[in-house]
Ligand binder design. Structure first.
Ligand code: M6R
Length: 606
């Protein structure tokens, strides 16, 4: 979490830093700050709240200079106040940081014993204070930064700026991503290449343990041992259209509406239309595996939940799923014959990355399913499968989910074929269903007015339940997560059949119950559970297809009719109401849709 940016430029640095911070605000938005150098003299401004607060401050107290660093924060150590906002300054040093310095207490105690006074509660300030201490002891800024880095434990991306050093910036990466951008007579650093996109497409990614000394003419990179190293300079083209809201009010709305096209784009890289067959971009051998282990966090974990049904029912391979933060500390035994799949939009989620590192060398295959090809999870896996959703800016994950499902569905079909669980005819049937999914998602989006109307009432509720069965149960979980994170209404997702084992006690006419029930083999069972709710005065919003509506809409509070789907692709289609109900309920409640409180898009801390 936290976004960092730096520029050694030949134009006023403040507007460039602010514009870049806007593209990084998805990483955190508790407070923000900026420090610039004007003729070597350092000045800084920091403000609590979103970037607009810092903008207001800068309008009153502008900052000049052509070099600078900036930060947008998601608080880990210390409250969101001005003192804890970055950059942190000590002596001639200013530091911006993303990550956690795990040994900060020990370092803080050591420095305090030497007489240093700390101005903040953050872990980051020890970095600035330590570096300043080394400079005071006679080291050059570069030597001081190197000595400081050698003392740090934990995960971090850091940017250092030094008063009096107009043409110097130091960047370091351990655990958290950091990109260096090469301009013309200018150099940049940024938490991701997306943030630097309007400034340059010439990017060098720092590798684990690397640190770099930047001047306006280039970057000298060193590895963790201090040896000079060469890192590839890549041309990274990020489509500007994808990082713009266009005519939409929110990125989330745009990303929901993009789903049919990005899903079709993703599927085109995994399917062979001539043969109506799966054609994976990397070779994966599922035939000798004794099980699959699927690990992720949040929405990506719910994609794992859906995929479990697919892999077990279609490919007949046992699947274990877990949230990454549990998996990594559970230390599950591995036989060496499992395939481990790590799913992450950002590819930088700290828990998922740590779980991947746990299984490396213990599983037969370690696969990543990611949206950011250059991400740590992508690079550390044996093979990486891209979901090709394009930049997802809204904190709530939407199009990444349906693209994750699209890719996982192709893997399930490939596994089924390799394991002789289906024949060519079975593959053709599933591939046809999958090919039709983007169109069905587009049709589901057309029901937005009905979802918007229901949301006006949902916004008045204090608690909401979501029910689903089979592969629609994870959609109930996803619907509840979306609603919680966007509208701050308490919501829970349950398997329909589980309600009678306790949660049915919650039912009265103030608790809306949203039921995902396509007319599939489990429809009658789900409807029975729905009837149990209505018999207790419960207020049911049934989401089904035309056949389901005819059979079961009697007595419901509302029914929303989605297109009829092949059961295989129903989870993608029912993702749409899970997303749009949350979106419109949040609008109704007036919450911040793209940047809900307390959250950040990319969770790079434990
Ligand atoms: O980048 P990742 O897919 O690894 O992120 C995982 C979760 O943090 C993420 O899905 C989160 O739950 C979303 N905010 C949900 O909308």
């Amino acid at each position: 979490m936290c976004g960092i940016v730096g520029i050694l430029g030949n134009r006023p640095a403040t507007p460039v830093i602010m514009e870049t911070l806007h593209r990084l605000e998805y990483r955190g938005y508790d407070s923000a700050g900026i420090a610039t150098l004007d003729e070597g003299k350092m000045q800084s401004r920091r403000a609590v709240g979103k970037l607009s607060e810092l903008e207001t401050l800068l309008a009153e107290q502008p900052l000049s200079g052509t070099s600078g660093i900036g930060h947008t924060r998601w608080a880990t150590h210390g409250a969101a106040n001005v003192e804890n906002a970055h950059p942190h300054r000590a002596g001639t040093v200013a530091v911006v940081h993303n990550g956690i310095i795990e040994n900060f207490r020990e370092l803080r105690d050591e420095l305090t014993a030497e007489g240093v006074n700390f101005a903040s509660d953050t872990d980051t300030e020890v970095v600035a204070q330590l570096c300043a201490r080394y400079i005071a002891a006679g080291k050059t800024p570069v030597e001081a930064a190197a000595a400081t880095l050698a003392r740090l434990q934990g995960a971090f991306a850091l940017g250092f700026l030094f008063e009096g050093e107009h043409d110097l910036m130091i960047a370091a990466r351990r655990g958290s991503p950091l990109a260096i951008g090469h301009g013309t007579g200018e150099m940049f650093i940024g938490s991701d290449a997306l943030a630097l996109a309007p400034l340059t497409n010439r990017i060098t990614y720092l590798e684990e343990g690397d640190w770099a000394v930047l001047t306006r003419t280039g970057a000298e990179i060193f590895d963790a041992l201090g040896n000079p190293v060469e890192r590839e300079l890549r041309i990274v083209n990020v489509d500007q259209v994808m990082i713009d809201k266009g005519s939409y009010r929110h990125f989330m709305a745009k990303e929901i509406h993009e789903q049919p096209s990005v899903m079709a784009f993703a599927l085109s890289h995994y399917l062979n239309p001539e043969r109506t067959a799966v054609s994976l971009p990397v070779e994966i051998d599922f035939s000798g595996l004794d099980r699959l282990v699927l690990v992720a966090c949040g929405t990506a974990f719910y994609a794992c939940n859906v995929a479990k049904y697919w892999f077990e029912q279609i490919a007949r391979i046992p699947v274990e799923i877990d949230v990454a933060s549990e998996f990594r500390y559970r230390e599950p035994p591995m036989s060496g014959r499992e395939g481990a799949i790590f799913i992450s939009q950002s590819g930088e989620t700290a828990d998922t990355l740590a779980a991947l590192r746990y299984v490396r060398g213990k599983a037969a295959h370690v696969l990543a399913v990611v949206n950011v090809p250059e991400s740590s999870i992508s690079r550390e896996a044996d093979a990486s499968l891209q979901i090709m959703a394009g930049p997802e800016i809204s904190v709530a994950s939407t199009k990444a989910f349906t693209c994750q499902l699209s890719v996982l569905a192709t893997l399930a079909i490939a596994a089924a074929r390799q394991r002789d669980a289906i024949d060519a005819t079975g593959e053709t049937r599933l591939v046809k269903a999958l090919t039709g999914a983007p169109q069905l998602v587009a049709q589901a989006i057309k029901q937005e007015p009905a979802m918007e109307a229901a949301s006006r009432d949902l916004a008045k509720a204090r608690d909401i339940l979501f029910l689903g069965r089979g592969p629609l149960f994870p959609l109930a979980l996803e619907g509840a997560l979306k609603l919680k994170e966007l509208s701050y209404i308490h919501a829970e997702g349950y398997p329909s059949g589980e309600l009678k084992h306790g949660p049915i006690a919650l039912i009265d006419d103030s608790v809306p119950v949203i039921v995902f029930a396509p007319s599939d083999d489990l429809f009658d069972k789900t409807v029975s559970n729905m009837e149990e709710v209505m018999a207790r005065g419960g207020k049911v919003l049934l989401i089904t297809d035309e056949q389901g509506a005819e059979a079961a809409s009697h007595g419901t509070w509302r029914t929303i009719v989605l297109p009829a789907t092949d059961p295989f692709v129903a989870p993608m289609v029912y993702a749409v109401p899970a997303q749009l109900l949350a979106y419109h309920t949040a609008l109704e409640k007036g919450t911040d849709v793209d940047q809900p409180r307390n959250l950040a898009k990319s969770v790079t801390v434990e």
